[in-house]
Design a protein. Structure first.
Length: 534
């Protein structure tokens, strides 16, 4: 994990000013050791020192909703895996007492104890559903629904941490489990301050950027903020990217008095020991508070554009890496860039020639002046095109329009397709330095114009179109305006219909971008799209 995303640790509580200006805006977790150790709840609620009697006396009459899991001690956010059942707090506390009396809660294995707990808790619930109970997210304070706070009386034993005094809280919640439990991996739409009162929790954190590894559920679903990956035993055949989920995470251990700041959007999964109690504070971030609704569509498009651009680069890098691994590096090594340093004065003269477009246009020696690696690439490209044309019974002298008619402008090739990974033309283009590619293309303009025409119109894949135009951009950064104009004039002169040629390149780029867009929706929104409508 990037070191800048590792949780910072503090032995002293920050001031409200420092928290709001130096910690919260970074959107990086932070641990504050002993930040709430003065809370009366630390001693009064301790289940191993009379805390259960205290809680029953103070709030036993409260009726609250508990999570009933159908997955043993694992509580998944998917509503199909759990339900909310009404119970009295005293019933839950009574079952905790039985659990404590039956065996040593610190060492008892979870399954048998949980069966006892479930039986006790559901005693007066008129339910024959077997499962495990977890008192989760029960409001002590809820600004949106002040009347629906069954445990508000417990607010007397806690205090809002001083560094949150300038924040507008959304809610304060009570969390308590009887036997060991585990929550599914999810993120929250609020900043979260998790305060440990009793027991121990292990919190595993992933940054929002790890979203693709965690396979979020569909954004339109009821559990859209939860990961679809099984936290007990990930199925890598179903979720292959999850192979990296451990290396992208960090683990935090919280003990009584400790506080963990979990920024909004950070995925987290929590393991709780027996008889663990915690309180958390939720509040809306400044960024979300300042987002005005009429700008939502713009923000969505900007973020999608940025993610798609990033994904296109990632696809190219992943495919090049896959090719390197499949061939043991041999296929990529043969296309290593020519080196000026190893070519002596000849290399300097070569670059000087490329910077003079008029001289390039008049000279008959561009091909001869290419370095050996450049000549090899010309030979490779010409051979690839000729072999493909012969195998498809195409005539090298075909016109641009003829070739365009045989090309699917809207073709879309899946990222994992061997056709895309083993795209030799795109792989050659990827490894050539921009100015060397410029000379190679000019040599083909002069010596193999029909071959270049066929390469662009018939052989250029979506990946190839994207790589080629990226190389064009890099060429433009290294040449002046006059050189740029002359290069494009010569390059497009080989096509009977220059606009049709440009259309083929743009269609290829858009097809590649669409694949990246589909990946973005899959990785970040849990949505799978088919091919674009024609």
């Amino acid at each position: 994990m990037d070191s800048s995303l590792l949780a910072r640790r503090f032995d002293e509580r920050p001031s409200p000013a420092d928290f709001s200006s130096k910690i919260e805006p970074t959107n990086v977790p932070a641990v504050f050791h002993g930040a709430v150790k003065e809370w009366r709840a630390i001693t009064r609620w301790n289940p191993f020192d009379g805390g259960l009697d205290y809680l029953e006396e103070r709030a036993g009459s409260a009726v609250l909703e508990a999570m009933l899991s159908r997955s043993g001690h694992v509580f998944y956010g998917d509503i199909r895996s759990h339900e909310r059942v009404p119970i009295s707090f005293s019933t839950f506390i009574t079952s905790c007492k039985k659990f404590l009396q039956t065996s040593d809660a610190r060492s008892t294995s979870a399954p048998p104890a949980m069966s006892l707990a479930t039986s006790a808790c559901l005693e007066d619930a008129s339910s024959d559903i077997l499962g495990e109970l977890y008192v989760a997210q029960v409001p002590i304070l809820n600004l949106e629904d002040k009347e629906r706070c069954p445990l508000r009386i417990l607010a007397e034993d806690i205090q809002t941490p001083i560094f949150l005094q300038t924040s507008t809280l959304a809610s304060i919640n009570f969390w308590m489990n009887m036997a060991k439990s585990r929550s599914s991996t999810h993120y929250d739409p609020h900043h979260n301050l998790l305060c440990m009162v009793s027991g121990c929790k292990k919190v595993i954190l992933w940054p929002p950027s790890a979203c693709p590894i965690l396979y979020p559920m569909a954004v339109y679903g009821e559990a859209s903020n939860h990961s679809a990956v099984s936290i007990e035993k990930p199925d890598l055949s179903l979720h292959p990217r999850a192979v990296h989920y451990e290396e992208s995470s960090q683990k935090i251990i919280l003990r009584p008095g400790d506080v963990l700041f979990i920024p909004e959007g950070w995925f987290h999964q929590v393991d709780s020991d027996d008889l663990t109690i915690a309180v958390n504070f939720w509040w809306k971030s400044d960024m979300m508070s300042n987002m005005v609704e009429h700008m939502d569509a713009y923000y969505l498009r900007r973020i999608l554009n940025r993610l798609v651009a990033k994904e296109m680069v990632s696809i190219i890098l992943r495919q090049n890496q896959t090719l390197h691994e499949q061939t043991g590096g041999s296929s990529m090594e043969k296309y290593q860039p020519c080196s000026e340093a190893t070519e002596g004065n000849h290399g300097s003269d070569h670059y000087k020639l490329r910077d003079n477009p008029k001289e390039n246009g008049k000279s008959n020696g561009i091909l001869q002046q290419l370095e050996p690696c450049g000549l090899d690439m010309v030979h490779e490209l010409v051979s690839l095109v000729h072999d493909a044309m012969n195998s498809n019974n195409l005539n090298q002298a075909s016109t641009s329009k003829d070739l365009i008619d045989t090309t699917d402008k809207n073709k879309n090739v899946e990222e994992s397709s061997p056709m895309l990974v083993n795209d030799r033309i795109a792989n050659i283009l990827s490894t050539v330095e921009p100015l060397i590619l410029r000379s190679i293309l000019l040599a083909m303009v002069q010596n193999f114009p029909r071959t270049l025409e066929a390469l662009i119109l018939y052989m250029l894949s979506p990946k190839g179109a994207e790589v080629l135009t990226r190389k064009f951009d890099e060429m433009d950064q290294q040449t002046n305006k006059e050189a740029q104009a002359e290069f494009y004039r010569l390059f497009y002169s080989v096509f009977d219909d220059q606009f049709a040629a440009m259309d083929v390149i743009l269609n290829g780029k858009e097809s590649f971008a669409f694949q990246a867009f589909k990946n973005v929706l899959d990785n970040y929104a849990g949505v799978h799209l088919g091919r674009p409508n024609k």
